[in-house]
Design a protein around this ligand. Structure first.
Ligand code: CP
Ligand code: NVA
Length: 329
């Protein structure tokens, strides 16, 4: 995909962290998506691509995961390296040992660290004290790896990102934040529909609008699901009760009812619109079975693309662009 803003990557990706998509330039996103497409093709062709031989990734999960855990482990296997589970109950970050000391240990053993944490500040602290890349595998603020996979999926389905419109319907939480930033970087308009009181963080909206000035993306907030999806090329939702917010379940179910993605709501988007979800889905809450399993749904393509997008990210952050040269064009 050509760079949407014309802005080149500020510098190569090797050695950098990915704590938020705002850490990337639009050229970086293009580089990652292009590499992901090539890696996906190599895998489909059965072309071996051990681009990170004997390299290791430490993985730390403070919260549950299916997709993130599996795709990082499988990705490292495909790349000729290995992922090491740091097991949060043993690491006890900030309890048994301080976060900076954990970072100072890990950088002596592994080539990168992927962490899923409650608090974005923990990632910032890890990154501050680590010389190896720190990758955000989901926090209370962002989910950048998911959105790289989502952008790859949208590019495959729509042919382009710039000038298209993605409607995000539901909770203005981590997914919404990263989708706004991803749209801003690639020229993809993002229209967010949330109940009042569940809007995205205004500071991140402002950051996305700032970034979007270069790409031409519009970042808009509306207060109904119908207004969000009107004319959209993609309709995206996420669970109404994110991990860590279980105590708020009853009030959230009441507030989010009118924001369910069902066939009626999908009918308000363009006829070719795709339905997207980061998963896990709570069928009958934020999405109905007929939409989730229907012809417009690309949710399992998104899940597959986690693997390809993260392999690209790992190669570029750990091995650098030179490591990609071993991959057939
Ligand atoms: N979408 C996603 O991150 O899935 P997991 O929580 O299963 O990793
Ligand atoms: N918003 C969800 C995303 C899960 C991938 C959560 O944080 O639980």
């Amino acid at each position: 995909m050509p760079s949407t803003s014309g802005a080149p990557a500020v510098r190569g990706l090797q050695g950098r962290d990915l704590l938020s998509l705002a850490d990337l330039g639009s050229g970086d996103v293009t580089t990652i998506l292009d590499a992901a497409a090539r890696l996906k093709l190599a895998q489909a062709d059965g072309t071996p691509h051990p681009l990170l031989p004997r390299r290791t990734l430490g993985m730390l999960f403070e919260k549950a995961s299916l997709r993130t855990r599996t795709t990082f482990v499988v990705g490292m296997v495909h790349l000729g390296g290995q992922a090491v589970d740091l097991m949060a109950e043993h690491t006890q970050m900030g309890v048994r040992e301080s976060v900076p000391d954990i970072a100072r240990n890990l950088e002596r053993w592994v080539d990168g660290v992927m962490a899923r944490v409650y608090d974005q500040n923990v990632l910032e602290e890890l990154a501050e004290h680590s010389r190896v890349p720190i990758i955000n595998g989901l926090s209370d603020r962002f989910h950048p790896c998911q959105v790289l996979a989502d952008l790859l999926t949208l590019r495959e389905r729509l042919g382009s990102l710039s000038g298209r419109t993605l409607a995000y319907v539901g909770d203005g939480f981590n997914m919404c934040h990263s989708l706004m930033l991803g749209g801003a970087l690639t020229g993809l308009h993002v229209r967010v529909g949330t109940p009042r009181g569940y809007e995205p963080d205004p500071a991140i909206v402002e950051q996305a609008r700032d970034i979007a000035r270069a790409s031409g993306a519009q970042i808009d907030l509306v207060s109904s699901a119908e207004a969000a999806v009107r004319g959209a090329d993609a309709v995206y939702t996420d669970s109404w009760v994110s991990m860590g917010l279980e105590d708020e379940r009853a009030e959230r179910l009441a507030a989010f009812g009118p924001f369910q993605v069902n066939a009626d709501l999908m009918a308000g988007a363009r006829s070719h619109a795709v339905f997207m979800h980061c998963l896990p889905a709570h069928r009958g809450e934020e999405v109905t079975d007929d939409v989730m399993d229907g012809p417009q749904s690309v949710v399992f393509d998104q899940a597959e693309n986690r693997l390809h997008a993260q392999k690209a990210l790992l190669v570029l952050l750990i091995g650098g662009e030179a490591a990609l040269q071993a991959l057939p064009r």
